[in-house]
Design a protein around this ligand. Sequence first.
Ligand SMILES: *[C@@H]1O[C@H](CO)[C@@H](O)[C@H](O)[C@H]1NC(C)=O
Ligand SMILES: *[C@@H]1O[C@H](CO)[C@@H](O)[C@H](O)[C@H]1NC(C)=O
Ligand SMILES: *[C@@H]1O[C@H](CO)[C@@H](O)[C@H](O)[C@H]1NC(C)=O
Ligand SMILES: *[C@@H]1O[C@H](CO)[C@@H](O)[C@H](O)[C@H]1NC(C)=O
Ligand SMILES: *[C@@H]1O[C@H](CO)[C@@H](O)[C@H](O)[C@H]1NC(C)=O
Ligand SMILES: *[C@@H]1O[C@H](CO)[C@@H](O)[C@H](O)[C@H]1NC(C)=O
Ligand SMILES: *[C@@H]1O[C@H](CO)[C@@H](O)[C@H](O)[C@H]1NC(C)=O
Length: 391
Amino acid sequence: MRTTLALATAACALAGSSLVAASSGTTITAAPSSTQIAKAVKRQAAGSQKPLTQYTYSYSAVPYQVLPAAEGRGPQSGYNICNATTSGPDSRCQTMIANNASDFCLWGSPTMSANGTIGDDEAAVVAYCTNDQHGARIIPAGAITGLQVMHTSAYIQWTGHINMSALNLQENDTGGELDPHGADLAGNPLGGLVYSNQLPGGNNQTEVQAVEWNNFIGSGVFCLKLCFDNTQNEPFYCQNKFDLLGCSYNMPAAYQDNVFLECDGDLQDPVGIYTGTNGQTTTWSQPESLAGTQSLPWTPRVPSSSNCKTYQSTELFPATALGYQSTSAPTATSAGSSGAKSGSNGGSSGPSAPAAGSSSSSNKTNNGDIVAASVSVSVLAVLIGSIVALA
Ligand SMILES: *[C@@H]1O[C@H](CO)[C@@H](O)[C@H](O)[C@H]1NC(C)=O
Ligand SMILES: *[C@@H]1O[C@H](CO)[C@@H](O)[C@H](O)[C@H]1NC(C)=O
Ligand SMILES: *[C@@H]1O[C@H](CO)[C@@H](O)[C@H](O)[C@H]1NC(C)=O
Ligand SMILES: *[C@@H]1O[C@H](CO)[C@@H](O)[C@H](O)[C@H]1NC(C)=O
Ligand SMILES: *[C@@H]1O[C@H](CO)[C@@H](O)[C@H](O)[C@H]1NC(C)=O
Ligand SMILES: *[C@@H]1O[C@H](CO)[C@@H](O)[C@H](O)[C@H]1NC(C)=O
Ligand SMILES: *[C@@H]1O[C@H](CO)[C@@H](O)[C@H](O)[C@H]1NC(C)=O
């Protein structure tokens, strides 16, 4: 994975796509080429570890660490068995659960304060969840200010807005892509696993592994997709090669703030394949760098949604349901507009900073920092404002 990222902020809905290279001249790590992948496979054949996507487990059989060996970027920084003991602000849980609008996780910084970028920490990111049931860190009530979950015939997708500090990331972090690949095929995070009880075969009850997934986070926007198919055959909706394009291109959706929805949805177009005004279908390949690029030749189509259930923020993320919680988090349970208001950033309705000094009911200390793996990626900030249609 390359951590350079471009993210659409739905707030800046521009007509047409435009790219702005916020910092030119930075170098970026290239997405894995086929040669790199071939080399990684060879290296892995020599060592004990396979590519991450070849490790599949039933949820009850997840090992303590998928990639414990000190090979390549390893060993894995955290662990995969996550339970009540590991839950809390210093959790290093690297098993993500994503079930529905009220019950899901995102990858965030392994640090205890927002002092680095997702690029610094990509190999060591840990799970931050909307509740304390998954042995992970907790996303405080109010931090997610807009959400749309889309159930499709090929994947489930979570898109929305979040206060980055809830993931111990800086607000100005333009972000990066996390996926189970990377140039060495060990994944970001290394050894990370993803499960959902909404995947085929799970009957809405059993946590089933999503082998292919991706998650972008940056500039206050997140998107997470779990694909049903793990063959990588086209149409492959969990591509990991468009890491410079961010959420708007990888997971086109409405990205409405202050709105919380769970819907059925149509399939998106495979990223990079578009039909021009001349009716011709063209496949776009991401160049090494987008520096200087002013626009991409297409604007992603936002798939339509149906059967949407609308929620209030406080219904999905009640402060009282969490194991540890900010004293300033909203506790209002009244109906009406209170939920919508809780979606607005800042003020008393904002999320707690899980940073030093914040008082939490569990009084966990802020000394559990994990040193980020030795990944050094300069970030080219590319902002794409391209959301013109609402699903
Ligand atoms: C809880 O998770 C920790 C860390 O992975 C593990 O060492 C421990 O065995 C787990 N406990 C149970 C009861 O599964
Ligand atoms: C999400 O699933 C959990 C069980 O996994 C359930 O308790 C909760 O009510 C569901 N939330 C929504 C919004 O459907
Ligand atoms: C963030 O702070 C922790 C100590 O709290 C340190 O170990 C880590 O290196 C810091 N990260 C960055 C990117 O400065
Ligand atoms: C982001 O903000 C932090 C302070 O919160 C600052 O130290 C850092 O230089 C900023 N980074 C960029 C790329 O502006
Ligand atoms: C699972 O939930 C979906 C709605 O999210 C529903 O359409 C489907 O029938 C359920 N499947 C089972 C086996 O209950
Ligand atoms: C994000 O949360 C932090 C900590 O609660 C808060 O200081 C900051 O103002 C919030 N940012 C926004 C944009 O609301
Ligand atoms: C947390 O610390 C405060 C101040 O020291 C104390 O009053 C409170 O009882 C502690 N809470 C817990 C859950 O230990």
